[in-house]
Design a protein around this ligand. Structure first.
Ligand SMILES: C[S@@+](CC[C@H](N)C(=O)[O-])C[C@H]1O[C@@H](n2cnc3c(N)ncnc32)[C@H](O)[C@@H]1O
Length: 301
C-alpha cells in the first residue's frame, strides 16, 4: 500500500484484506488485492503504456495545454452526462477508469470531490501531476484498483461516472461493485461505446490499434441489459440515451484538427442532422456510437 499524502475524507472508506483507510485528498493509493488473469494483465499493461489524454497511444502527453484538452473532452456525450449528474457541488464522485483525470477536472470545477479509480498506476501518476497543475489537487484522490473489486465501503459515492471503461472490464462483476458502492440516493452516468455504428466499425477494423480487439468488449444489447438489470434489482431506475450516428465524424476534428471552436460547430451541425435522421428513421438510433446510461434512485427523497 502506497500512501503519498494524507488529509482524510470521512466517507469514502476503503476495505481490503488488512486495511481500513479513508480516501486521502491528493493521495495515490494502490490496492494490493487484485488477482489478474492474462487478459486483465494485457489490459493493464496497455494502459500503463498509453499515457496520452486521447487514449490513442500517441506521443502527446498533456502539459501546460491541459485546458485545451479538457475543453476538447467536453463533447456532447460528456455535457449530457454532467447535466444528468447535476448537482455536483460537494458531492463525492467516483470517476471509474478516470485515466489521466481529464473528466475529474470538469467535476472538480463543478465543486465535486472526486475519487479517480483506475487499473493503471502509471496513468494515475500522470493524472496526479496534471491535477496538481490545475490547482484542484485538494479535491481529488487517486486509487489504483480493478473495477471488479472496488476497495470502497458500500454506498460510498453520491455520483459515479465512466467513459469508455466498462468495455474493458468483466461487466457483471464491475456492475455489481458499482451498485454496491453507490449511495441509495445517488445517481450515475456511464458512457460506453457501442457495436452498431458502421463508420466506427470501419475505423476499428482499419485504423484502430490491434490490441483494442483483445482488451475490449464493445457494448451491445446484452451489455446494456446486464448493467441496467443490476441497478434495477437494487431499486434504481435506468434509461439509455444513444448519441452520435453521423456525428461520429465530429471526432475526426477532435483528432486531426484540434480546434475546440471548430469541433463544437461541426458537432452541433452533425447532431442536428442526426436528430432529423432519427425522426425519419428511428431504427438508426440503434446505429449510434455511444450509449449514455442514466441511473437514478427510484425514490429520490
Ligand atoms: C479508454 S480509457 C478511458 C479513460 C477516461 N475515462 C477517458 O475517457 O479519457 C480506459 C481507462 O479505463 C482503465 N481501465 C481499464 N480496465 C480497467 C479495469 N478493469 N478497472 C479499472 N480501470 C480500468 C484504463 O486504465 C484507462 O484509464
Amino acid at each position: 500500500m502506497l500512501v503519498v499524502s494524507c488529509l482524510s475524507w470521512a466517507r469514502v472508506v476503503f476495505r481490503g484484506p488488512n486495511i481500513l483507510l479513508t480516501a486521502n485528498r491528493g493521495s495515490l493509493q494502490v490496492n494490493p488485492s487484485t488477482k489478474v488473469d492474462d487478459k486483465r494483465a494485457a489490459n493493464r499493461r496497455h494502459w500503463d503504456q498509453t499515457l496520452d489524454a486521447r487514449n490513442l497511444g500517441a506521443d502527446n502527453a498533456v502539459g501546460s495545454d491541459w485546458r485545451h484538452e479538457v475543453d476538447l473532452a467536453e463533447s456532447a456525450d460528456v455535457r449530457l452526462a454532467i447535466r444528468l449528474l447535476h448537482p455536483l457541488g460537494d458531492k463525492i464522485v467516483l470517476d471509474l477508469g478516470g485515466g489521466l483525470g481529464i473528466h475529474a477536472i470538469l467535476f472538480a470545477e463543478a465543486g465535486a470531490r472526486v475519487v479517480i479509480a483506475d487499473i493503471s498506476v502509471e496513468r494515475l501518476k500522470v493524472a496526479r501531476e496534471l491535477i496538481r497543475r490545475t490547482g484542484y489537487i485538494d479535491r481529488v484522490s487517486f486509487i489504483a484498483c480493478g473495477a471488479e473489486e472496488l476497495p470502497f465501503v458500500a454506498h460510498a459515492f453520491d455520483r459515479q461516472f465512466t467513459k469508455s471503461v466498462l468495455i474493458h472490464t468483466q461487466l457483471g462483476r464491475a456492475s455489481a461493485e458499482l451498485v454496491r458502492t453507490l449511495s441509495p440516493r445517488g445517481s450515475a452516468t456511464f458512457i460506453e461505446p457501442l457495436t452498431g455504428n458502421p463508420f466506427v466499425n470501419a475505423y476499428r477494423r482499419i485504423a484502430a490499434p490491434d490490441i483494442w480487439q483483445n482488451i475490449t468488449d464493445y457494448f451491445d444489447r446484452k451489455s446494456l441489459r446486464t448493467l441496467g438489470r443490476t441497478f434495477r434489482a437494487s431499486g434504481y431506475t435506468t434509461r439509455c440515451h444513444r448519441i452520435y450516428f453521423l456525428a461520429f465524424f465530429a471526432s475526426v476534428f477532435h483528432f486531426l484538427l484540434p480546434s475546440v471552436w471548430l469541433q463544437r460547430r461541426v458537432e452541433r451541425a452533425l447532431l442536428a442532422l442526426d436528430r432529423l435522421l432519427f425522426r425519419a428513421f428511428p431504427s438508426l438510433r440503434g446505429r449510434c456510437w455511444f450509449s449514455v446510461t442514466e441511473i437514478r434512485p427510484k425514490h429520490p427523497k
